[in-house]
Design a protein around this ligand. Structure first.
Ligand code: ZN
Length: 744
């Protein structure tokens, strides 16, 4: 097996991957832009210089202050005012603006009660403190109190069990202690997985309720100074958030696959599969402390300890809690702002750029810091058009509603317009808030080259070098050996594959529209996410003082949008795609090999009885359970298809990328990402059609690449793995065929 792997690596390093020395390493102004000829490149760069000069920190700061004045969630009056403000600006700038409306199910809390009933009594406050230092935290008339949207109603009582992050690996540890959550209430830390996975897994294990709290070790005083002294969570802060089962399908829970228009057929609420099975409530570490302190049982493993000044115990009990949750299951209207600027050459080809507008609270960082960057771009693009330089393709600026409850506004719009978008959507560029530091671009690997050329041309506001150079420096200092050596051997920085967690999901993973998600971050890390403290005051003090990274975000996302809109040849590239997929195939093969070896060794140890001698007999931590041996899989179909893809990609890279493509070729280019989808979707979740990128069924936001194959192996459904290898191979062969068509 290992021998085959190294042969594959040789293939990867062979001339199928010519390093295109004209690209990426030359720095700003040196290289020809993908999809443009030399004269077109010069004109595009001149346009971008003009574009940059029209984006101002003052505009971004002003819009951020106005839009973050009040909490503005879906269905609220303040939310409607945000929609009107944004729509009015787009109209003033010359866009053709439409407000798309959807009728969606929106649970808001009616009753929230949490009490410790034994061994002593304590009632959780479930509220966040207003601070004199931050006036926004007193403007809370519309405030949604801390809750998890799409928790089911319920009143439950039970002993507490501490489940750490509540991941599958954590439950395996609990199994070894002989601790079950059946009939109990699981108390879990935020982190380690997307929050919706915690109640999903707890319910599968038989728990009757879940509490999720923010441990101070993760983003409170253990991480840094707390708000208002510093950016991290104070003792009252609570992370809100949706727990809808988004890895099954996102969007309105009652209308999977169809836009939630007034007339759409709807599931009865009781049959909606993405509402949780058990009640779930998020709390602060101030409210969690008395609950955890009252727990007994074994002391937790060292890695499970948090930052509270107590000894953490696993339970169950003697701490016993009662929790009562009731929600208003209202139908509300979600408003998406859709603003079009018609393309002068290809009006029927659309480059779509989006960010949501709804927030859990004031939403300064999430989502408004991204939305104001988008508005800055849109204003500049409209001014360029008015001055005689309209985009060649149509640009569609979108501001989505109800992202926070489960990507609802974007999903419903994509579902309603699926056929039209299938024909016209060239690419989707997403942002969802911002911070300062290092550029982070994730997305479709057909856009990796474009993303690199963009990063080379944007200047980092703190250091004055390109944002690509700054990112390279960080990898040089912090990266692992492999990443560091790749800086020298690979022309382009890799962009990360996308899981879920923002509005690119319906575009990329349902329809197969090539997508990017862009944000700066890494220096402004904090605990304000989805708390009362995500305010203008917090954002401008700790995340992006002066809004200079807001401007950098607008320059980055704006360049990607403008190049996709103007390039005479749609700027997709395939050798990077093939190279990244090859690395996923290698990873999965290595994963299967290591699982096989680990299972073999563990089973042998169980048979030999060695665990009884190795473990401390005064504790209940016992041997793992025996697992089915991992078979050898036949990866040959996948690898043969990959070779086909590599050859086709190499051949396309040989043709003149600066020559204009015909309209037909351009359509073949931008619809190529659809080749990576299958109409019947992934096993058990037909809504997710993309066969290369998906959110993990048990990680939530975290990406699984080649998800059909990878998850079948990880979840030990070995029979499915073989058929999924065939399926993935078929998709790669289809992509290779498409690329060959383009090279003819
Ligand atoms: Zn957001």
């Amino acid at each position: 097996m290992r021998h085959v792997t190294s042969l594959l690596l040789l293939v990867l390093q062979a001339p199928a991957f010519p390093v295109q020395t004209g690209y990426a390493q030359g720095g700003a102004g040196q290289d020809t832009l993908l999809g443009f000829d030399a004269a077109g490149t010069a004109a595009q760069r001149a346009l971008e210089t003009d574009f940059d000069s029209r984006i101002s920190t003052a505009d971004l700061d002003n819009w951020l202050r106005i839009l973050s004045r009040e909490p503005h969630h879906v269905g609220s009056e303040a939310g409607r005012q945000v929609v009107d403000f944004v729509a009015r600006r787009f109209r003033e700038w010359g866009y053709n603006v439409e407000i798309a409306e959807y009728e969606v199910l929106f649970p808001s809390p009616r009753t929230r009660e949490l009490e410790l009933v034994a061994p002593e009594y304590f009632r959780a406050s479930l509220t966040e403190d207003s601070l004199v230092e931050d006036p926004s935290t007193s403007r809370i008339d519309n405030l949604l109190p801390p809750y998890n949207a799409f928790s089911i109603d319920g009143e439950v009582e039970g002993e507490l069990v501490f489940v750490n992050y509540g991941t599958p690996a954590d439950y395996e540890i609990l199994d070894r202690y002989g601790i079950s959550v059946t009939g109990k209430i699981a108390i879990s830390r935020y982190g380690g997985s997307w929050r919706g996975i915690k109640p999903k897994l707890a319910a599968e294990k038989g728990a009757v309720g879940t509490i999720i709290y923010s441990d101070p070790a993760d983003d409170g005083y253990g991480a840094g100074d707390t708000y208002p002294d510093g950016p991290f969570k104070n003792e009252s802060a609570v992370q809100r958030g949706s727990v809808m089962d988004m890895p099954t399908y996102p969007g309105d829970v009652l209308t999977p696959f169809v836009g939630a228009t007034a007339e759409a057929p709807r599931l009865p609420r009781e049959e909606a599969p993405t509402i949780t099975e058990i009640p779930v409530l998020p709390i602060s570490y101030r409210d969690a402390l008395p609950l955890l302190q009252a727990m007994g049982g074994e002391v937790v493993p060292a890695e499970w300890r948090g930052g509270l000044p107590i000894t953490y115990h696993l339970g169950p009990g003697p701490a016993r809690v009662r929790m009562k949750l009731e929600f208003n299951w209202d139908m509300v209207t979600a408003y998406d702002v859709i603003a079009r600027l018609e393309g002068a050459v290809y009006p029927e080809q659309w480059v779509i750029r989006g960010n949501h507008h709804d927030g859990w609270n004031h939403g300064a960082a999430d989502p408004l810091s991204g939305l104001v960057a988008l508005m800055g771009e849109a204003k500049a693009v409209a001014e360029l058009a008015a001055a005689g330089s309209p985009p060649a393709r149509t640009i569609v600026y979108t501001a989505w509603d109800s992202e926070e409850q489960g990507l609802i506004g974007s999903t419903e719009w994509v579902e309603e317009h699926l056929a039209e978008l299938d024909e016209k959507a060239v690419a989707y560029i997403n942002t969802d808030g911002n911070s300062r530091g290092f550029v982070n671009i994730g997305g479709s690997h057909v856009l990796e080259k474009l993303a690199n050329q963009v990063m080379n041309d944007v200047t980092d506001p703190q250091t004055g070098v390109s944002v690509a150079e700054r990112r390279r420096a960080r990898i040089e200092v912090n990266g692992n050996a492999e990443a560091r050596s790749e800086l020298k051997s690979r022309a382009d920085l890799r962009i990360s594959p996308l899981g879920s967690g923002s509005d690119y999901t319906p575009f990329l993973q349902h329809l197969g529209v090539a997508s990017l998600n862009i944000a700066f971050g890494g220096e402004g890390n904090d605990g304000s996410y989805h708390t009362l403290y995500d305010t203008y005051e917090h954002y401008t003090r700790f995340r992006d003082p002066g809004m200079v990274y807001g401007v950098a975000l607008a320059q980055t996302a704006g360049r990607a949008t403008l190049r996709l809109a103007n390039a005479p040849r749609v700027p997709f590239e395939f050798t990077g795609l093939a190279d990244n997929i090859a690395s996923y195939v290698d990873e999965i093969e290595a994963l299967a090999a290591s699982m096989r070896e680990e299972t073999r060794q563990t089973n042998a140890r169980i048979d030999s009885g060695v665990y009884a001698l190795a473990l401390d007999p005064t504790h209940s931590f016992g041997a793992p359970l025996k697992k089915a041996e991992v078979p050898f899989f036949n990866f040959a179909p996948l690898k043969n298809a990959l070779v086909e893809l590599q050859k086709a990609a190499g051949a396309y890279a040989e043709i003149d990328q600066s020559s204009a493509a015909s309209e037909g070729q351009n359509i073949l280019l931008y619809t190529s990402e659809r080749e990576l989808t299958r109409p019947d979707g992934l096993p058990g979740r037909p809504w997710f059609t993309h066969q290369i990128y998906a959110p993990g069924f048990y990680t939530g936001y975290g990406v699984k690449t080649l998800p059909g194959v990878r998850e079948a192996i990880e979840e030990r459904q070995f029979g499915i793995a073989e058929s999924e290898i065939q399926t993935a191979a078929g998709v790669l062969r289809g992509m290779a065929e498409r690329i060959r068509e383009l090279s003819e």
